[in-house]
Design a binder for this molecule. Structure first.
Ligand code: GDP
Ligand code: MG
Length: 674
């Protein structure tokens, strides 16, 4: 009974081949300890079982998920390895191959993606490759199944190499080889491993590479003698003039060998110039230029949303709403002889509150349009790839960037998008941090305040606020991931789709799908909220139709005002707007519209009166960071299934908002700003 394993780099077609080679799933589950799918199936010719291992670039694991393959090789004993190699990326794939040929069990190479290689004008001579590596090579197209029958036949007839060493094993140079011999003798003396799993040579090489998955399995008594051998190997290499560490040096030896193999086994003279996607990717995902380009792209996005297109449109809409529309409504109301109360409720409450928010429809839809463009064009996947390295440093995964970017639109779908992150730790952390992404509901507040105080630098101010949210999220991620969680990060695998010019129709449909929620909110929560808020300004402890300053709203706002005064805006108006803003952050603006009771420009004058520019900025900072809105809190509760995390997200946001505004406001005052 055979027990074969499919092993190879990510995205080389292992799973596709698995489905072609097996007739039925024996078992689908997770590898123990990690959330990586484990698939075992019965080979089509019933000669044994096949295991689909997760993709890896090297046997030396970086994370727990990546360790699955190395643990498997160390602890279970496959009778045969099928190494899937991407023919269009031979150099990169052969690194793993050269580590596998020493394993001590028969290896057969499935040379996959031969169609892709051919389309790119790359020819791989499989017989030359087989000679060079000393193992059989079967060309495949896993997607169609071409070659899978030949592969199965080869698998049936393969015998284990008698001396446990593949013909093509790599000579690593005298220093390494001597260490390998010495380690093998030590292992033999300790009778490790107990049965015939991997070859001693392979284990010794992994020890020299300092592979934790292998080191952990060794008997403890060996540690001292093994480190001695490694140390003497190091110093011998040093004496030979090698400045690299042992693992680096071994990789270097493999790379040289791979280059020699590829010169013989490949013909690239007809290689086609790179496709458009590759050419774009060489710039967009460039290690140096990639991130600045992304930042520039985001800046452009804000320029369009605000300065260039959004604000002029918004101004037009505003003059329509506060001008003709307002007049029509008021004419209509007097035509039906509405009472003074009804007229005030409709004009000051509903029209003021809802209208004040509706004027920001252009900015919000533009932002959604651009997020849809990033998604549909294929750029989103590149951003994921680009940021993964950084995200991993702060305890997140590259995949967290998708919820974060969607979060700029609306936090609710963003938190749902966190489902695609496999690791529970990274998923929870992402959900906690999404509220720091400045959603479009906060835009009306910025647009209002930045328009009043920083008219000529709106895009810059708003972009800084977005960046502040991002930086806070990064710091919080670092803090939370080291204090609240432990556990390793997941293996990052993402497929890069080719770039496509998004279709206009699809783009508009996506934008509409995302943006209609905002309109619905305007018609429900915001309208209802405006009515309630207006009533609270209309009534007070002393009766109805009171002066605004004696109203219930003033009383409620006054309760929190003293708390807010150290951060620059200790007025009941600010307090009341922030409290009502918990319903939805746009309501902050609706409330101000009702309180300051003034359509259009007058509101600006009132606010310019009530706040200094510095206080206005501090207010924007607070609105950015303070408690997520009701709908977001609800979805966090649903997705995390935990009240603890839900309350935590509300609590930490409030504290963070207060701290940052405080430091910002008081710091700026110390520096002499006002
Ligand atoms: P795995 O990550 O190694 O399991 O790779 P998958 O089996 O998931 O395949 C990754 C992608 O490559 C899928 O979109 C496959 O359809 C595609 N694919 C796999 N084999 C071939 C092949 O031989 N030719 C082409 N053109 N595509 C392939
Ligand atoms: Mg797979």
């Amino acid at each position: 009974m055979k027990n074969a394993a499919l092993i190879g780099n990510p995205n080389t077609g292992k799973t596709s081949l698995f489905n072609k080679l097996t007739s039925s799933y024996e078992y689908v589950g997770n590898w123990s300890g990690v959330t990586v799918e484990k698939k075992v199936g019965e080979l089509r010719d019933n000669s044994g079982l096949l295991t689909d291992l997760p993709g890896i670039y090297s046997l030396r694991p970086l994370s727990k998920d990546e360790a699955v393959a190395a643990h498997y090789l160390m602890e279970e004993s496959p009778s045969l390895l099928i190494n899937i190699v991407d023919a269009s990326q031979l150099e990169r794939n052969l690194q793993l191959t050269l580590q596998l040929v020493d394993y001590g069990k028969p290896v057969v190479i499935g040379l996959n993606m031969t169609d892709v290689a051919k389309a790119r004008g790359i020819e791989v001579y499989s017989d030359v490759l087989a000679d060079e590596l000393g193992v059989p090579v079967i060309p495949l197209i896993a997607r169609t199944g071409a070659g899978s029958r030949e592969l199965l036949e080869k698998v049936r007839e393969l015998e284990p190499p008698s001396d446990g060493m593949a013909a093509g094993h790599l000579f690593y140079g005298a220093a390494i080889e001597e260490a390998v011999d010495r380690i093998s003798r030590e292992l033999g003396a300790a009778s490790f491993p107990k049965d015939t799993r991997a070859s001693l040579r392979w284990i010794a090489l992994q020890i020299l590479e300092n592979n934790p998955a292998v080191m952990d399995a060794l008997p403890h008594g060996l540690n001292d003698s093994l480190s001695l051998i490694c140390a003497s190997c190091s110093s011998r290499l040093e004496a030979e003039g090698v400045s690299q560490s042992i693992p680096e040096y071994m990789k270097h030896i493999r790379t040289e060998r791979i280059n020699r193999i590829c010169r013989k086994a490949m013909d690239r003279s007809h290689q086609k110039p790179h496709s458009l996607t590759e050419r774009i990717d060489s710039v967009v995902t460039h290690p140096l230029f990639g991130l600045p380009l992304f930042a520039a792209f985001m800046f452009l996005m804000f320029q369009i949303t605000f300065d260039w297109v959004g604000n002029p449109l918004s101004d037009l809409l505003d003059s329509f709403i506060s001008g003709p529309l307002n007049n029509w409504i008021s004419d209509g109301l007097s035509a039906i002889h509405a009472s003074a109360f009804t007229s005030a409720l409709i004009l000051d409450g509903i029209a003021g509150g809802v209208g004040g928010v509706l004027v920001f429809v252009p900015q919000i839809f533009l932002l959604f349009l651009m997020i849809s463009f990033i998604e549909d064009s294929g750029y989103m996947a590149r951003i994921t790839l680009l940021t993964d390295k950084w995200m991993e440093k702060i305890g997140l995964s590259g995949k967290s960037i998708i919820p974060f970017i969607i979060g700029f639109g609306c936090n609710v779908p963003a938190i749902m998008a966190a489902r695609s992150i496999e690791q529970p730790k990274e998923r929870t952390l992402t959900m906690l941090l999404v509220p720091l992404m400045s959603c479009s509901a906060r835009l009306p507040v910025y647009a209002l305040f930045a328009g009043i105080f920083f008219e000529s630098h709106q895009a810059l101010i708003v972009l800084s606020l977005y960046l502040l949210g991002i930086v806070s999220a990064m710091l919080a991620a670092k803090l939370f991931s080291s204090v609240l969680f432990n556990g390793s990060s997941s293996l990052f695998v993402i497929e890069l789709p080719p770039y496509r010019m998004p279709q206009m129709a699809a783009l508009f449909r996506n934008t509409w799908e995302k943006g209609k929620g905002f309109l619905r909110k305007a018609g429900t929560i915001i309208m209802g909220g405006s009515v309630v808020i207006w009533l609270l300004t209309f009534c007070g402890p002393s009766g109805i139709n009171v002066d605004m300053n004696d109203s219930f709203l003033a009383w409620i706002g006054g309760l929190v005002a003293p708390l807010l005064s150290p951060i620059g805006f200790g007025t009941w108006q600010a307090g009341a707007s922030l409290i009502t803003g918990f319903m939805a952050k746009e309501v902050v603006v609706s409330t101000m519209n009702i309180i300051y009771h003034a359509p259009g420009d007058l509101l600006g004058q009132q606010i310019a009166h009530a706040f200094t520019p510095l206080q206005g900025l501090s207010f924007m900072v607070f609105v950015l960071l303070y408690t997520p809105c009701l709908a977001t809190v609800g979805v966090i509760r649903k997705e995390s299934a935990s009240w603890k995390w839900t309350l935590f997200s509300v609590g930490y946001c409030l504290i963070l908002a207060y701290l940052v505004s405080f430091i910002f406001y008081q710091g700026a005052r110390l520096l002499g700003f006002s």
